[in-house]
Design a binder for this molecule. Structure first.
Ligand code: AMP
Length: 279
């Protein structure tokens, strides 16, 4: 496993190794867990060369967000990735990614302003910019991303299509703890009591799926029930919505393309989760 810290180094390593091989890419912010590792596994299955980046991108954090305290554990991350048989690691520093004089930003209109974008202004501008930069450096055929960050996938697919990129996103399943909580690097912020109560997110999604299976189609009613159960668990709701999976517009009635998405605080920790409603 080769580790590259500069853009020149990773480009050179890729020139030497790609030789017609299919390149897959898994962008991460590190503090790796089984969710990230499942993307690496998919990448290894579908591609001949597997590249992983570890970069906590300051441009996607708001001024009052957790950039400084975001969990970092490079040594353990490298060990896990080496065990998985990753070929190349890219972990640049900020000076590599945003050198002095940096002026270019990617805006994916409308899709970036809804849901998480409404409470995290500028977040998807930072995400889209760094992912396009990483794609330009690695030039992967496939990029593996988790459905946990559903809006992120929708925004980035739009960006890649609009900018005529040849990179395609492979949407990967959400990996969960035994009690249903979606794995996230931010789960480490939860105290034991919050951790227990955070089960309510996935439980509310599963209840909504069951209610839809038994015939309920009214989004307002489904959202009301989900809100009630998350509030009862002590969550502070940022949003719970049912949207069309492509446009992210609110859906009044549930259909095959509807998804329930939520962002909820437990203590100071903001967690997200989502699921399709007709499975
Ligand atoms: P992050 O390090 O949070 O930027 O996430 C890097 C990638 O891992 C993104 O594509 C996430 O959607 C994905 N990811 C994070 N958590 C999970 C999970 N529980 N299951 C599947 N993919 C995940």
């Amino acid at each position: 496993m080769k580790i590259c810290q500069s853009i020149d180094e990773i480009r050179q390593a890729l020139r030497e190794t790609r030789q017609g091989l299919k390149v897959g890419f898994v962008p991460t912010m590190g503090a790796l867990h089984e969710g990230h590792l499942s993307l690496v596994e998919r990448c290894k299955e579908q591609c001949e060369l597997c590249v992983v980046s570890i970069y906590v991108n300051p441009a996607q954090f708001g001024p009052s967000e957790d950039l400084d305290k975001y969990p970092r554990n490079l040594e353990k991350d490298l060990e896990l990735l080496s065990q998985k048989g990753v070929d190349l690691i890219f972990f640049p520093d900020n000076a590599q990614m945003y050198p002095q004089g940096y002026r270019t930003w990617i805006e994916v209109e409308e899709l970036s302003e809804k849901l998480c974008g409404a409470s995290r202004p500028g977040h998807f501008r930072g995400v889209a910019t760094v992912v396009l930069k990483l794609c330009n450096i690695v030039r992967p055929e496939l990029m593996f991303m988790g459905l946990k960050d559903f809006q992120q996938i929708v925004v980035l697919e739009r960006m890649l299509q609009d900018l005529n990129s040849e990179t395609r996103i492979v949407r990967c399943a959400i990996i969960r703890e035994e009690d249903g909580l979606a794995l996230s690097s931010r789960n480490a912020y939860l105290n034991p009591d919050e951790r227990l109560r955070a089960r309510a997110l996935n439980q509310a999604l599963k209840t909504a799926q069951k209610r839809v299976a038994s015939g309920l189609r009214s989004s307002a009613e489904l959202i009301r029930e989900a809100e009630e159960s998350v509030l009862a668990a002590g969550g502070r709701i940022d949003y719970i919505r049912i949207v069309d999976s492509d446009s992210l517009e609110d859906a009044a009635e549930v259909d095959e393309n509807s998804r329930m998405l939520m962002a909820v605080f437990f203590g100071n920790t903001r967690l997200i989760d989502n699921c399709s409603l007709i499975t």
